[in-house]
Design a protein around this ligand. Sequence first.
Ligand code: 5GP
Length: 198
Amino acid sequence: MSTVANKKPHGLLIVLVGPSGVGKSTISKMLAQRLNVAYIVSATTRPKEPGDEIGKEYDHVSQDEFFRRLDRDEFLEYAQVHGNYYGTPMHPALDYLNEGKDVLLEIDVQGALQVRYQYPEALLIFILPPNGPTLMQRLNDRGRDKPEDMDKRFRAARREIHMAKGSRAFDHMVINDSLDRAVEELTKIINLERTGGL
Ligand code: 5GP
């Protein structure tokens, strides 16, 4: 049984996953502020888009640069999502963890499964929408995607949810039915894990 006394002197690696439009970025920012966790900026080959300021922060790089970093083994995990590459830079994340600081990653399900494999002690949480129509409405409200892209993201969301449930890799599944409630539930989950699950 894990206890505070035998906990490794490492920070907790928290991985937040969920389909586009589920509210992950807002939740991550609120958690990062509330819980004093380090938030890691991912690299992506996706060009900047209008509305990016309110979403997840990225280091936008060319495909050549992304593959240079990949060749140099600079990513903790990476994946191709909707035709673009995304990767978590290894150094800032591992440096924080080694200093004993908790780290929050906001990534897709393929990346989360890589993290699970490499860091079995990571806390993997999947954020679910309350239902399909609400997710479609949220994608629509973001005003970021063309109608055909929204359909693509909606179908991808269904695949992602299916994959997450089937993988059994996630420690928790949290429904974002109301932002405050979901953040409250996540705060409790993370705080419990910080105390060694006692
Ligand atoms: P968006 O371009 O809409 O911000 O993100 C598209 C998808 O890529 C989302 O599911 C997001 O969580 C995921 N993503 C963002 N950063 C990373 C990353 O560093 N690694 C992986 N595997 N997925 C990421």
